[in-house]
Design a protein around this ligand. Structure first.
Ligand SMILES: *Cc1c(COP(=O)(O)O)cnc(C)c1O
Length: 405
C-alpha cells in the first residue's frame, strides 16, 4: 500500500469525498514495544478498543502474544488472524456456546468470571467441550469490583464481584482451576497510577481473606493516552507503582503479573480526515460524527486534537476560535460539543484532521443513515500526541494549523 507523508498530503493528492481513516503502523508498533519491554509482566491487548486485523498483526509482530477477547466474534477473528496467539476470554458474562466453542475449537484456556453462576457455566461448557471430563488446564480469573474514581470513563458499575463475596468465589474457583487469577478494571483513561495501587490493595484483602494460592494478578486496562485537557503522568510511573505494589502481595512465588491495555496500545494508530460541508456561525457540519468514529466525542464529550488542512493553499487566519461539530446524519444527537479550536476563517471545503481516534473511534463506526463509506490511507508522520516519544512536553496537540505553501 502506498504510504503518504501525512494528512495534508492525503488531502492534497486525494481530496477524499468521504471521511478517511489514517493508519500509523509505526505508532502502534512503538506502543506495543514499549509495553512489551517496560511493563513488569505480560501485556494482553484488549481487542475491543480496535479490532482491526491489520493492527493486531502489527502488535503481534511487535511482541504482543496475548489477546483479551470478549465475544466469540473476537475469538474467531483473532484466531483467524493469529493462529499462535494466546486468547483470554475476559468478559465475565458469556454464553455457554461461546465458552464451549472457545475452549473446544479455538484453544482458549483463560476465562474470567465474577459469580458462582458463571463458574458453573464455565465448568459445564468446558466439560462438554472436553468430551465429558472436567478439564485440568483452566486458568480462571476472578474479576473484583474496584473504584473508577481516577478514570475518565467508569467501568465500576457493571462487572466485578464485591469483596464480601470474593472469598466464596475464589475458593470455589480454586477447586477447578489449574491457575487462579484475580483481575479488575480501574476504568478507562486512568489519570493517576494510584488507581492501580488502590485496586491492588483490594486484591490483597481478597487473597488474605480467602487464604487461597493466587497465580496471576491482572491489573486490566485503563492506561491513558493524551487528549486535549488530559495530560496524564508518564506510563513509566504507572508501571513502577504497579510493580512495587504487586511485589508486596501474598501470591505464589511463581505468580505472574498481567495487564490488558486497550486504549494505550491503539489510540495513536488512527486519525481521520473529515471535510467541512457547511458552516453556521461556530458550528461546523462535517462528514463523520456520533455514528461514525466520533462516538465518544458525541456521547461522553470526549475532546480530540484537531488541525485544519486547507487544500488550495490560500492564507489562513492565525486566530483560533472554538467550534462544535455536527455529523452527517439527520439526527440532532449527531453533535460533538468540543470545543474544537480551529482557525477563525475555516470554511466549506476545508479538511480537518481529527487525531487520536485509534481507540474506541475507528472501531465504533456504524452504517446508520447510509454514512458508512470511508477510505483508509497509511501515513508516516507522528500522531498528534504520543506517550512514547521520550519528550512528552513537545506535544503537537497545540500545533493545529497546517497550511499549504
Ligand atoms: C475495555 C477493557 C480493557 C481495555 O481498557 P482500556 O481502558 O482501553 O485500556 C481491558 N480489559 C477489559 C476486561 C475491558 O473490558
Amino acid at each position: 500500500m502506498h504510504i503518504h507523508l501525512d494528512a495534508l498530503a492525503v488531502a492534497r493528492t486525494c481530496a477524499p469525498d468521504e471521511p478517511a481513516i489514517l493508519n500509523r503502523p509505526h505508532a502502534a508498533a512503538r506502543a506495543a514495544r514499549f509495553f512489551v519491554e517496560k511493563f513488569p509482566g505480560k501485556s494482553l491487548y484488549a481487542v475491543k478498543a480496535n479490532p482491526s486485523p491489520d493492527l493486531i498483526r502489527i502488535l503481534w509482530d511487535s511482541g504482543v502474544t496475548h489477546y483479551d477477547v470478549a465475544s466469540i466474534g473476537e475469538v474467531r477473528m483473532v484466531r483467524a488472524t493469529l493462529p499462535d496467539a494466546t486468547l483470554c476470554f475476559m468478559h465475565p458474562v458469556k454464553s455457554p456456546s461461546a465458552i464451549a466453542e472457545a475452549y473446544g475449537v479455538h484453544g482458549v484456556r483463560v476465562f474470567s468470571l465474577d459469580s458462582l453462576e458463571e463458574l458453573d457455566k464455565i465448568v459445564r461448557a468446558t466439560t462438554q467441550a472436553n468430551g465429558g471430563e472436567l478439564p485440568t488446564d483452566l486458568t480462571l480469573c476472578v474479576r473484583l469490583r474496584v473504584s473508577s474514581e481516577y478514570s475518565e470513563l467508569s467501568l465500576a458499575a457493571k462487572f466485578g464481584c464485591e469483596l464480601s463475596h470474593a472469598r466464596e468465589l475464589l475458593q470455589a474457583a480454586r477447586q477447578v482451576a489449574d491457575c487462579l487469577g484475580i483481575c479488575f478494571h480501574v476504568g478507562s483513561q486512568a489519570m493517576s497510577p494510584h488507581a492501580y495501587v488502590q485496586a491492588l490493595e483490594k486484591a490483597r484483602a481478597a487473597i488474605v481473606d480467602a487464604a487461597v494460592t493466587v497465580d496471576i494478578i491482572d491489573v486490566g486496562g485503563g492506561f491513558p493516552s493524551i487528549y486535549p485537557g488530559m495530560n496524564p503522568p508518564p506510563l513509566e510511573d504507572y508501571f513502577a507503582l504497579i510493580d512495587r505494589t504487586y511485589e508486596s502481595l501474598p501470591v505464589s512465588y511463581s505468580a505472574e503479573l498481567w495487564c490488558e491495555p486497550g486504549r494505550a496500545l491503539c489510540a495513536e494508530y488512527n486519525s481521520m480526515i473529515v471535510r467541512v460541508e457547511k458552516r453556521r456561525e461556530n458550528e461546523l457540519y462535517i462528514n463523520d460524527g456520533a455514528y461514525g468514529a466520533l462516538f465518544d466525542a458525541a456521547h461522553v464529550g470526549w475532546r480530540f486534537p484537531v488541525r485544519v488542512l486547507r487544500a488550495e493553499g490560500a492564507a489562513m487566519s492565525e486566530e483560533l476560535v472554538p467550534y462544535s461539530f455536527y455529523g452527517p446524519t439527520c439526527d440532532d444527537m449527531d453533535h460533538m460539543e468540543g470545543p474544537f479550536e480551529l482557525p477563525a476563517d475555516i470554511r466549506v471545503g476545508d479538511y480537518i484532521e481529527i487525531g487520536m481516534l485509534g481507540a474506541y473511534g475507528a472501531a465504533m463506526k456504524t452504517a446508520f443513515n447510509g454514512f458508512d463509506a470511508n477510505e483508509v490511507f497509511v501515513v508516516s508522520d507522528e500522531p498528534m500526541a504520543s506517550q512514547y516519544r521520550g519528550d512528552r512536553r513537545d506535544s503537537r496537540v497545540s500545533d493545529n494549523v497546517v497550511s499549504l505553501r
